[in-house]
Design a protein around this ligand. Structure first.
Ligand code: ZN
Length: 136
């Protein structure tokens, strides 16, 4: 995704809301403005237990209404990585998260810590499974 924003899109940006302008700011700061303009809404009618999700077809990021403060930016950034890498929590997602942490995105650092804990737990479980399967 290397196409710069066209003037029409820039004009479009002027009418975007508070949450969406957080997206625009993060896009400029960490992605050189190269992500397509996405709407950010905090409008969950029900609590599904997820912090946020990206609807790539509607170019919309939905945030849980429970999110406040720095968590809002953290989850928007997380969904922006999905938008850029176009997959799940795969290798591309990870390397992008690492890149953002390296360039000083504090919310990427928090994500990385969370994911590391999750990954370590997965590895522990896999090791246990493997140990059980190994012949004595
Ligand atoms: Zn995710």
């Amino acid at each position: 995704m290397s196409q710069r924003m066209k003037p029409a899109q820039k004009k479009h940006r002027m009418r975007r809301g508070r949450l969406t302008s957080i997206f625009d700011r993060l896009n400029d700061r960490y992605f050189e403005g190269e992500l397509p303009p996405v709407y950010v809404k905090q409008d969950f009618r029900y609590d599904s237990g997820v912090e946020g999700w990206l609807d790539p077809k509607a170019l919309t990021i939905h945030l849980s209404k429970r999110l406040v403060g720095a968590d809002v930016e953290r989850v928007i950034l997380h969904e922006m990585i999905h938008l850029k890498t176009g997959g799940d929590h795969d290798d591309a997602f990870w390397s992008e998260l690492h890149r953002l942490a390296k360039v000083g995105a504090p919310m990427a650092q928090v994500e990385l810590t969370d994911f590391k804990a999750e990954l370590n737990e997965l590895r522990r479980r896999r090791r246990r499974l493997h140990a059980r399967r190994s012949p004595a």
